[in-house]
Design a protein around this ligand. Structure first.
Ligand code: ADP
Ligand code: MG
Length: 238
């Protein structure tokens, strides 16, 4: 497969071109991403895998507009986000990206409903509409009746389902999930992966998932492997 994706078709929702990221730690350069070129098609389900320290989270942070590349470009739906101001980046993050994290990242003193509503609060959506959408998504996640529960009153799997509902509430362009099953037992992990698969297959949601677990990576249609800040394999899975 060609390493140079400048010829990528313009349907790529995500495109990294000569992307590099170097951290500086006490004056020492740590090259976390050495040169990444790849495109991800809209509606696809991709796993990013690789050993600890290979650059997966660094790459996800750039895709999620949480961090910027040191060199090269990152295009999200054709917009070069590497050049945007922090304010604009925050808007893009809120409008176009849904995040799912290993530790769920729910607000502790906030109900499931309000956690799901939060991205809509930032987007300025009226209360009634926010609640309607949040309620629908919680029901879709099998959490009808749990709307007023606080995170600590929910199991890990339930908390991750609240987080998935929250990630979906803005109808984002991509869902980024960094080790979403890392804090779950294997049965719950498979339930979460079944939900992500269903969202991709039935609703066409683009999912980019980071995992170091082989069986979890196997749920995706395409598996990209990082090693030492480089893509070392990129294969079609099914
Ligand atoms: N904020 C940071 N400052 C300095 N080095 C970092 C920072 N974040 C990550 N690194 C380094 O960058 C490399 C890639 O890290 P990371 O992207 O977290 O890998 P992975 O998610 O695959 O475990 C590692 O060598 C790591 O130590
Ligand atoms: Mg990581």
């Amino acid at each position: 497969m060609s390493q140079d994706t400048r010829q990528d078709n313009k349907d790529s929702v995500v495109r990294a071109v000569h992307l590099k990221k170097t951290y500086f730690l006490d004056g020492v350069a740590v090259p976390a991403l050495k040169e990444v070129n790849l495109g991800i098609a809209k509606g696809s389900f991709v796993s990013i895998t690789g050993a600890s320290g290979s650059g997966k989270t660094t790459f996800m942070n750039i895709l999620g507009c949480l961090d910027k590349p040191t060199e090269g470009s990152y295009y999200l739906e054709g917009t070069d986000v590497s050049s945007l101001t922090p304010d604009r980046l925050a808007d893009i993050r809120n409008e176009r990206i849904g995040f799912i994290f290993q530790n769920f990242n729910l607000l502790a003193r906030t109900s499931a409903m309000e956690n799901v509503e939060l991205p809509l609060v930032y987007a300025g959506v009226a209360r009634h509409e926010r609640q309607k959408k949040a309620r629908e998504l919680l029901e879709m996640m099998g959490l009808k009746g749990f709307e007023q529960h606080f995170p600590q009153q929910l199991s890990g799997g339930q908390q991750q389902r609240v987080a998935i509902a929250r990630a979906l509430v803005n109808s984002p362009s991509i869902i980024l999930a960094d080790e979403p099953t890392g804090n779950l037992d294997s049965k719950t992990s498979y339930e979460i992966m079944a939900i992500l698969t269903r969202l991709n297959e039935q609703m066409g949601v683009t999912i980019i998932l980071v995992t170091h677990e082989h069986d979890i990576a196997g749920y995706a249609q395409r598996i990209i492997t990082f090693r030492d800040g480089l893509v070392v394999s990129d294969t079609v899975n099914k």
